[in-house]
Design a protein around this ligand. Structure first.
Ligand SMILES: [Zn+2]
Length: 241
C-alpha cells in the first residue's frame, strides 16, 4: 500500500495570500487555487488502487492548520511521499514566473530529489509554464519539507502576482493539467495499478428446461401436447434409461 500525504497550502482566509486586484478582480485566494488542484489529484487517483491518501489541510478551507500539524499528520500516517501544493508570489505585478519545485536544502535523500525532478518535469510537460525562474529545482529551509520524515516536495505552481502567470493559473484547464502531471508521477513511482472494472464473461452454454421424464412414450406425448396447448415449445428426446 503506497501512502500519500497531500496538502493544499494555507487556508481560505490566510492574510495576503491571494492574487492582487490589479491582475484578478476576484482576488482569488491561494488556498482556493491549491485546493482545486489537490481535489483534482484525489479524483484522478480514485481510478487507481494500491494507495491510501490523507489531506493534511482543512479541505473546507475554514480552519488554519499549522504547518507543524500537517507534517506531524504525515509522519504519523507513515506517508511514502508528501506533496504540498502552493502558488508563488514575489513578482509584484511584473511579467515572468513559472513553476518551482522545492525540497529541503539539507536533504541528501536521492529519492526526494527524484520526486522533485520528476514532478517538475511532468508539470512542465503538461502545462508548459516554464517561466524564467533561474532555479526551478530549488532547495530551501522550508518547514514543510524539513519536518517531514519522508520525501517531501513543495510545489509552487506559478506566480499569483505575475501578469504572465495569473491568466493561466486561474483557469480550470491549468489546474487539470497540474493534477494530471502530479498523478502521472505518483502512479509511476508508487506503482499504482488502474482499477479493473469487472465485465461479465459471455455465456456460451445452452440451457434446456426439462419438465418431465417418462418410461412410457404415450405419457411423454401427452405432456408435450399439454405444454403446446399452453403455448410452450416442447419436444420429445429419447435417451437411454
Ligand atoms: Zn503558499
Amino acid at each position: 500500500m503506497f501512502k500519500i500525504a497531500l496538502t493544499a497550502g494555507h487556508y481560505r482566509h490566510t492574510a495576503g495570500k491571494r492574487c492582487p486586484i490589479s491582475l484578478d478582480p476576484n482576488e482569488t485566494r491561494e488556498w482556493v487555487l491549491n485546493d482545486r488542484i489537490a481535489d483534482k489529484v484525489e479524483k484522478l487517483l480514485s481510478a487507481y488502487e494500491g494507495y491510501s491518501l490523507i489531506r493534511t489541510d482543512d479541505t473546507a478551507g475554514e480552519k488554519a492548520v499549522e504547518v507543524s500539524d500537517r507534517t506531524k499528520a504525515a509522519n504519523s500516517f507513515g506517508a511514502d511521499v508528501y506533496i504540498s501544493i502552493h502558488h508563488n508570489a514575489g513578482i509584484m505585478g511584473g511579467t515572468g514566473g513559472g513553476i518551482v519545485a522545492y525540497v529541503y536544502n539539507k536533504t541528501t535523500n536521492p529519492v526526494t530529489l527524484e520526486w522533485q525532478k520528476e514532478l517538475y518535469d511532468a508539470l512542465i510537460k503538461h502545462t508548459g509554464l516554464k517561466g524564467n525562474r533561474a532555479t526551478p529545482l530549488a532547495k530551501a529551509n522550508l518547514q514543510e519539507c524539513r519536518e517531514t520524515v519522508m520525501p517531501a516536495v513543495l510545489l509552487e505552481l506559478g506566480f499569483m502576482d505575475s501578469a504572465t502567470d495569473v491568466p493561466i493559473i486561474l483557469t480550470d484547464d491549468y489546474a487539470t493539467k497540474c493534477a494530471n502531471a502530479i498523478v502521472e508521477v505518483i502512479v509511476a513511482k508508487g506503482g499504482l495499478a488502474k482499477k479493473v472494472i469487472e465485465t461479465p464473461v459471455a455465456d456460451t452454454k445452452l440451457y434446456r428446461v426439462q419438465v418431465g421424464a417418462f418410461s412410457n412414450r404415450q405419457n411423454a406425448e401427452k405432456l408435450v401436447a399439454e405444454l403446446k396447448a399452453k403455448g410452450f415449445e416442447a419436444i420429445i428426446k429419447a435417451e437411454p434409461k
